[in-house]
Design a protein around this ligand. Structure first.
Ligand SMILES: *Cc1c(COP(=O)(O)O)cnc(C)c1O
Length: 221
């Protein structure tokens, strides 16, 4: 785990660049989160619903919890009462369920649409073409209990920085296109969640506004 000074340096760097840090605490114990919390960090990311619910119960209530992993429709109800952000919305069905569960809680849940940018079959998300088509129906732009705040993507797991940069750049291009067209009258459509421990500087260079960093902060899993 990194020390106070190192965390401070990273947070300062990100602040200067106007990038929000999501500390990815998955698999790490509540005590590790408490240490980071003591250092001032408030946004934490998890990728499993049960772990997220347990940690939310155990830890201070002013933590902003971010669900960053693939979310099954039937599990939305467990996190709807408290979740701050859902990063990986990858189907209209999921978005519809989030809207429904958020309505029951009288809440509005911040969502990001996940776009498949990696050269890997295993990563979830809409293809850019699918997303454009979907948005043209604009059915879900009228949902009252979800706020589509932007896009999220994960680059290919590779050491080829040219490829990673190309993938992040493609997401940035799509983001700008949507921002200036379909979401032009939605000022809250402004977040681009991209970048992890190994590639966050490349992501920031391509305009990321939120980085999801785990192992660099908490040590390897
Ligand atoms: C685990 C995870 C991260 C953080 O990965 P690190 O390499 O540990 O920084 C970021 N985003 C998602 C979606 C993850 O599942």
């Amino acid at each position: 785990m990194i020390n106070r000074q190192q965390l401070h340096d990273i947070v300062q760097q990100l602040k200067k660049q106007d990038v929000q840090l999501i500390a990815v605490s998955k698999t790490k114990p509540a005590t590790a989160i408490e240490m980071m919390y003591e250092l001032g960090q408030r946004a934490f990311g998890e990728n499993r619903v049960q772990e997220l619910v347990e940690k939310h119960e155990q830890l201070p209530k002013d933590i902003d919890w971010h669900m960053i992993g693939h979310l099954q429709t039937n599990k939305v109800k467990y996190i709807a009462p408290f979740i701050h952000y859902i990063h990986a919305v990858d189907s209209l069905r999921l978005l519809t369920e989030i809207n429904k569960q958020a309505a029951k809680q009288d809440r509005v849940i911040n969502c990001l649409l996940q776009v498949h940018i990696a050269d890997e079959a295993t990563k979830f998300g809409f293809l850019a073409s699918e997303l454009k088509e979907l948005l043209h129906n604009d059915l879900f732009l009228h949902y009252k209990h979800v706020k589509i705040c932007g896009l999220m993507g994960m680059a290919t797991y590779t050491t080829n920085t040219t490829q990673i940069t190309k993938e992040f750049a493609s997401l940035q291009t799509l983001f700008q296109t949507l921002k200036t067209t379909i979401f032009a009258d939605k000022p809250y459509f402004k977040e681009l969640s991209m970048g992890m421990s190994g590639d966050y500087n490349l992501a920031i260079a391509q305009g990321s506004t939120m980085v999801r960093i785990g192992s660099l902060l908490f040590g390897s899993r």
